[in-house]
Design a protein around this ligand. Structure first.
Ligand SMILES: Cc1cc2nc3c(=O)[nH]c(=O)nc-3n(C[C@H](O)[C@H](O)[C@H](O)COP(=O)(O)OP(=O)(O)OC[C@H]3O[C@@H](n4cnc5c(N)ncnc54)[C@H](O)[C@@H]3O)c2cc1C
Length: 198
């Protein structure tokens, strides 16, 4: 069975959250509109370092999509998008449903380009999707082992900030993070560039 929409917002990324918030405050455009989301909540990434440091709860960092969509008078469809056909103006959902739409807006974020994991000796944990990352983080906390952070983007550089008081050693791939960690008093194990090397 096919469902027709005037506009589909695919992905509960930051831009779509801003649009929905705006529509909750002012009158939204006419027509049948839905947000397609992989899950019932969206994560606010800027608060994740605080979540890892124990300063926020998971609920503090999540946006409840049902509440936001209801306020914006937009339908919420929960299922990852499997594929879309621009020619047929159709979207296939992971759960088997097909939706068709006159207009699509895509805000599905960026893909993580992590190197492939080789063997089981070292576990690789991508920071997105956040649900999977947090489950892996909790496992690591139960039995902490030496860790390296790969990548010095917004996540790689902000994520370890709250750690110095909690971690004895960590290592990352970006020299800027070594020096920032040293300023914060963290012990960087085996760092050739770090004056505070343990
Ligand atoms: C730990 C951390 C801290 C960060 N801190 C900052 C910061 O302080 N300041 C800053 O500017 N940036 C920060 N960033 C970067 C910021 O998170 C990203 O730049 C931003 O999230 C990108 O927004 P987006 O809307 O493009 O995508 P996202 O926020 O990644 O949203 C994409 C959405 O699309 C959904 N989606 C993906 N695929 C599908 C699919 N097939 N079907 C349905 N839904 C799908 C996802 O579930 C997600 O909800 C941080 C990132 C991390 C990881």
């Amino acid at each position: 069975m096919t469902h027709h929409y005037d506009l589909l917002l695919i992905g509960a990324g930051h831009a779509h959250l801003g649009v929905l918030r705006r529509w909750a405050l002012v009158e939204r455009p006419p027509g049948r509109i839905a947000l397609l989301s992989a899950g019932p909540v969206a994560w606010y990434s800027g608060m994740l370092p605080g979540l890892l440091a124990g300063r926020h709860s998971a609920a503090d960092c999540q946006v409840e999509l049902q509440t936001l969509c209801r306020a914006a008078k937009v339908e919420l469809v929960i299922s990852p998008v499997e594929s879309l056909s621009a020619a047929q103006q159709q979207v296939q959902l992971d759960d088997g449903r097909t939706l068709d739409a006159s207009w699509l807006s895509l805000n599905v974020g960026a893909q993580i380009s992590a190197p492939p994991q080789q063997g089981e000796a070292m576990q690789l944990l991508a920071v997105k999707p956040f649900d999977r990352f947090l489950a892996g983080w909790q496992q690591w906390q139960a039995a902490p082992r030496p860790m390296a952070i790969l990548g010095g983007g917004a996540a790689g550089s902000s994520w370890p900030w709250p750690w110095p008081a909690r971690c004895h050693s960590w290592r990352c791939s970006a020299p800027a993070i070594y020096s920032m960690a040293c300023r914060l008093g963290c012990v960087c194990a085996r760092s050739a560039t770090c004056a505070n090397t343990a």
